[in-house]
Design a protein around this ligand. Structure first.
Ligand code: FES
Length: 153
């Protein structure tokens, strides 16, 4: 039986936003240590009414079916979002947008989330906003620790 739903197959067979952005404002490259898959994600950011909007997102993925599908849907999900909104995108939302993933493939959605966050981090660093980036990372770490704790209780 095919473990992939039609939406995953569609994004694998017809991935959206494949390629590079030559003058990207942020580039994130991440790899998974055990499977070796690699995602490189490019973003273009435009300022609009005081907000920083992701106007374009592209990717190049060397990886499995799900890594390609999650890269594709992640670029679709973040287009039009602010930098702040993009930083809150979780792998579960990526998986949900694809109609769910086989449990064994959930780490592929984590890789897509990590690539997006690495691209945003690159953008923030290039714009001298390390302080903001550190704050966001600290908040996110605290949130994850609280979640882990609440699951243990
Ligand atoms: Fe590793 Fe898909 S098998 S990202």
């Amino acid at each position: 039986m095919n473990p992939y739903n039609p939406k995953i197959v569609d994004h694998f067979m017809h991935p959206r936003n494949v390629g590079e952005i030559a003058d990207a404002d942020g580039i994130g490259t991440v790899g998974h240590p055990s499977c070796g898959d690699i995602i490189r994600l490019f973003i273009k950011v435009e300022k609009l009414n005081g907000k920083r909007i992701i106007s374009q997102a592209k990717f190049k993925t060397f990886g499995c079916t799900t890594a390609i599908a999650t890269s594709s849907i992640a670029t679709e999900l973040i287009k039009g979002k602010t930098i702040e909104e993009a930083l809150t995108l979780k792998n579960a939302e990526v998986a949900k947008a694809l109609g769910g993933l086989p449990t064994i493939k959930m780490h592929c959605s984590v890789l897509a989330e990590d690539a997006l966050k690495a691209a945003v981090a690159d953008y923030l660093k290039k714009n001298g906003e390390e302080k903001y980036l550190n704050e966001v990372q600290t908040q996110s770490q605290k949130h994850e620790e609280a979640e882990l704790l609440s699951r243990r209780i």
